[in-house]
Design a protein around this ligand. Sequence first.
Ligand code: C5P
Length: 301
Amino acid sequence: MVQAGSVITIEARAKINLTLEILGKRPDGYHELRSIVMPVSLTDTLALTTTYAQTAMTITVSPGVDLTKIGSVDKNLAVRAARLMQERYGVNAGARIHIHKRIPIGGGLGGGSADAAGVILGLSKLWGLDRPREELMALGAELGSDVPALVHGGAVLMEGRGERVRGLFGDASPAACEGFWLVIANPGLMCSTPDVFRKWRGCLTASPSLLHNMTSSIRTSDVSAAAEALHNGLQPAVYEEYPGVAQTAAQLQDAGCLGVLLSGSGASVFGLVRDEAHGQEICRKLGSGLWHVLAQTCPVV
Ligand code: C5P
């Protein structure tokens, strides 16, 4: 029996793609991907409350997050995740979802997917469903390509359309593996993911040792090696179509980041930095004219 009024709070982490290879177009119109996805310490805070009524949602935002970019409630991934859970598991309770957004909307940081993943994990507990993580990941794949990776958590290798996800280190997740410090910046514009994929022309092929190099740099917390191995096959199309994104990347590079990359399909870019102090120095150089945040990757679940 679900108890109305029970509350759970979740920090839903954004993600970056340290590598993103586009391997080709599939007959279903999607693209075959191979990507190392890593959650970061930039989060949306979700407060989920059980109700007897329908699913309802409220949103507040941090400075720099543009509330006007949030679409209708019915299209919101977090609400859709709750409704999918209700339907799939025959739950007759509802949920009130309050989201405090810090992750820029439409920014290639998986904010909507993070909220959906948080709702799936949170309601599984709150409604006493306690479903296995693999099942919840498959449910997440019905909502969007980035959701399974964020339901899994930690550093993952994502393949297929995004639905095939496994921990980068298998079961032997290195407990001592530290995160990288990074500065994430957003030029305040939105890139349309379908448009970006449509513009992809397969012009940038990755080195065959890419996966190995990035995996071992994460395992050994070697940020310089990770900076060398950064790769995003969508980057040329985005920089050409949205010069403001290329300009933001150049600002991060000029400020002294070790390596800079487009996150997902944009518009956010991130720069890896040596350590926290280096990140703070870069944030000072960027000043207040550009939205940016200092964060850390979260390789271990
Ligand atoms: O799955 P999701 O809703 O996140 O995808 C948004 C859009 O990105 C899709 O409609 C598709 O145009 C493009 N996409 C793709 N191949 C993928 C993932 C996304 O072409 N593997």
